[in-house]
Design a protein around this ligand. Structure first.
Ligand code: A3D
Length: 315
């Protein structure tokens, strides 16, 4: 018999609620939404239950203030914490979110140690590391969402500029999820035609491309500046759902994610954004590319920023 999957969302704020909506629309399974704010996840859950007849999908949505309700979840997506306000960097969130992530990790360890865990809480690379360490789950079952979002931003900017379908634009962004992230122009393409080729073909100038790379780097901040009371949530939620779906459906997707490195790219014992294969085994493979010396230097700078953050994380 077919058993429905169970998806636990820790944090039912802007991203959490969108994750729940997308899980329903894609019929990924039954959803449990945990949040410390009493009544809020219950209210959003009930609202989503009442949306399901209109959209025609079957899933339950349960709001809770008890970690016990995460029992035996197949996937856990963590957004618990506080988001940025204008003028704040992701790193400003470190102390407050570290405390919250520790509690979440304890809950996962107790109730669903076999889950695939996707961390979204910022500062991403440090929080995903803490989540893995405190929960004690195997590193291949704990990943951070950043690269899919950063690449999607780059894809959109390119599609808009070149007036082509977003579907045909593919981008790769590596490194930490911060201003030092590394959009890899050489490995990005439109229908298989790489960006350097498109510059040669005069579809866009090198200067325009450089500006889009920069806009990608600061893409999160651009939205924070507009919203003023929080950060992006639709695209971050969709990005995490694509990772969860790759796991649940054993799709073997090749996606850039914050993954635990054990020597790849010269990094040992840290999480950093790299291309990985996600399937039923979680992170099944880290894909190691031959970077140019310039790309390597950018990646190393990004890794150094991640290491600093991890060192600054309250133990
Ligand atoms: P928000 O709408 O504030 O939701 C966060 C939720 O966490 C709120 O409902 C809180 O009540 C809840 N919460 C606080 N403490 C706890 C706790 N101890 N246990 C459970 N829940 C708790 O924020 P959001 O959904 O917009 O963003 C969530 C996180 O994602 C923030 O840290 C953002 O910085 C981060 N974020 C990351 C990315 C990446 O690309 C990595 C993108 C956008 C946002």
């Amino acid at each position: 018999h077919v058993k429905r999957h169970k998806i636990a969302l820790v944090g039912a704020g802007q991203i959490g609620a969108t994750l729940a909506l997308l899980s329903g629309m894609k019929e990924l399974g039954d959803v449990v939404m945990y949040d410390i704010v009493e009544g809020m996840p219950q209210g959003k859950g009930l609202d989503l239950c009442q949306l399901s007849p209109v959209e025609g999908f079957d899933a339950t949505f349960k709001g809770t203030q008890s970690y016990a309700d995460m029992k035996d979840a197949d996937v856990v997506i963590v957004t618990a914490g506080v988001p940025r306000k204008p003028g704040m960097s992701r790193d400003d969130l470190l102390a407050i979110n570290a405390k919250i992530v520790r509690q979440v990790a304890d809950g996962i360890k107790t109730y669903c140690p076999d889950a695939f865990v996707v961390c979204i809480t910022n500062p991403l690379d440090a929080m995903v590391q803490l989540l893995q360490e405190v929960s004690g789950l195997p590193p291949n079952k704990v990943v951070g969402m950043a690269g899919v979002l950063d690449a999607s931003r780059f894809r959109y900017f390119l599609a808009e500029k070149l007036n082509v379908s977003v579907e045909d634009v593919h981008c790769l962004v590596m490194g930490g999820h911060g201003d030092t992230m590394v959009p890899l122009v050489r490995y990005s393409n439109v229908g298989g035609i790489t960006l350097p080729d498109l510059v040669k073909m005069k579809w866009l100038t090198q200067d325009e491309l450089n500006k889009m790379v920069d806009r990608t780097r600061f893409g999160g901040g651009e939205i924070v500046g507009l919203l003023k009371t929080g950060s992006a949530f639709y695209a971050p939620a969709a990005s995490a759902i694509s990772m969860a779906e790759a796991y649940l459906k054993d799709k073997k997707r090749l996606l850039p994610c914050a993954a635990y490195l054990t020597g790849e790219y010269g990094v040992n014992g840290f999480y950093c954004g790299v291309p990985v294969i996600i399937g039923k085994g979680g992170v099944e493979k880290v894909v190691e590319l031959q970077l140019t010396s310039e790309e390597s230097a950018m990646f190393k700078k990004s890794v150094d920023a991640v290491k600093e953050l991890v060192a600054a994380t309250p133990k």
